[in-house]
Ligand binder design. Structure first.
Ligand code: SF4
Length: 214
C-alpha cells in the first residue's frame, strides 16, 4: 500500500477531531498533584479502575503533605484494587517527599524533573505535561501504539520510536489533542481484537491490511 502523505495525515486528524470534538482524559482529578498520582496509578491499569479509588484517596490526601501524613501502609489500603499497588504506593510516597524537598510541593512542568520522580517514566511525564500543562506532548500507550501502526502513521516496534515519529508527522494544530484522539478511537472503534472498521471514520485512509472495507 502507498505511504500516507502529509495531506492524508492531516485528513486523519481532522476526521478524528470531527468525530471526537472534545477529547480529554477519563481520569478524575482536581489539581496537578492529583493528576500526577492518578497517572502513576494508571500504569498497567484502566482509567475506570483508577477512578474507583481516587475519589476516596483524594478526599483525604489531595496534597503531597497530606499523602505523606497518610503514610505508605494506609495508602496501600486505599489503592489495593489496583495492580502493582504496593510498588505504586512506595513510589507515590517517595515522590511526595521529593516534591516537598525539591519542588516546593509543586508539580514540575518540565520532562526532566518529572522523570526524576519515582514511578514517573516517559509516558507518565508526557500525560502530565499534556493534560496538566497543555503542552503538545504525544505520550504513547497501548492504544496509541496499535492505532498509529495500523493506520500507517508509523511503522515502529516500541512506544519511544512511535512517539518520536508522531512528533515529526502530526500537524501542529493537532499535537495537543493527538494523544486523546488516538486513545479514544483505539478504545472505542479500532479495538485490539476486533476493530470496528465498518463504523470507522478513518476507513478510507487506513492502511491496515486486515481492515474490513466499508
Ligand atoms: S479502518 Fe479498521 S483498522 Fe483502520 S483505523 Fe478504522 S477500525 Fe482501525
Amino acid at each position: 500500500m502507498p505511504r500516507l502523505s502529509s495531506h492524508d495525515v492531516d485528513a486523519i486528524f481532522k476526521a478524528l477531531a470531527e468525530s471526537l470534538p472534545e477529547p480529554e482524559t477519563a481520569l478524575r482529578f482536581s489539581n496537578h498533584f492529583e493528576l500526577l498520582v492518578a497517572v502513576i496509578l494508571s500504569a498497567q491499569a484502566t482509567d475506570v479502575s483508577v477512578n474507583k479509588v481516587t475519589p476516596g484517596l483524594f478526599d483525604i490526601a489531595p496534597t503531597p503533605e497530606k499523602m505523606l501524613a497518610l503514610g505508605e501502609q494506609k495508602l496501600q489500603k486505599q489503592i489495593r484494587q489496583i495492580g502493582l499497588y504496593k510498588t505504586k504506593a512506595a513510589n507515590i510516597i517517595k515522590t511526595c517527599q521529593l516534591l516537598i524537598e525539591k519542588h516546593d510541593s509543586k508539580i514540575p512542568a518540565n520532562r526532566k524533573d518529572l522523570e526524576s520522580l519515582p514511578g514517573v517514566g516517559r509516558k507518565t511525564a508526557g500525560v502530565v505535561l499534556n493534560v496538566g500543562f497543555g503542552k503538545p506532548e504525544i505520550p504513547v500507550d497501548t492504544h496509541v501504539f496499535r492505532l498509529s501502526n495500523r493506520l500507517g502513521l508509523v511503522k515502529t516496534t516500541t512506544p519511544e520510536a512511535t512517539e518520536d515519529k508522531l512528533q515529526k508527522i502530526v500537524p501542529d494544530w493537532a499535537r495537543k489533542s493527538a494523544h486523546h484522539l488516538l486513545i479514544l478511537h483505539g478504545r472505542h472503534v479500532c479495538k485490539a481484537r476486533k476493530p470496528l472498521c465498518g463504523d470507522c471514520v478513518l476507513n478510507k485512509l487506513c492502511r491496515y491490511p486486515q481492515k474490513t472495507i466499508s
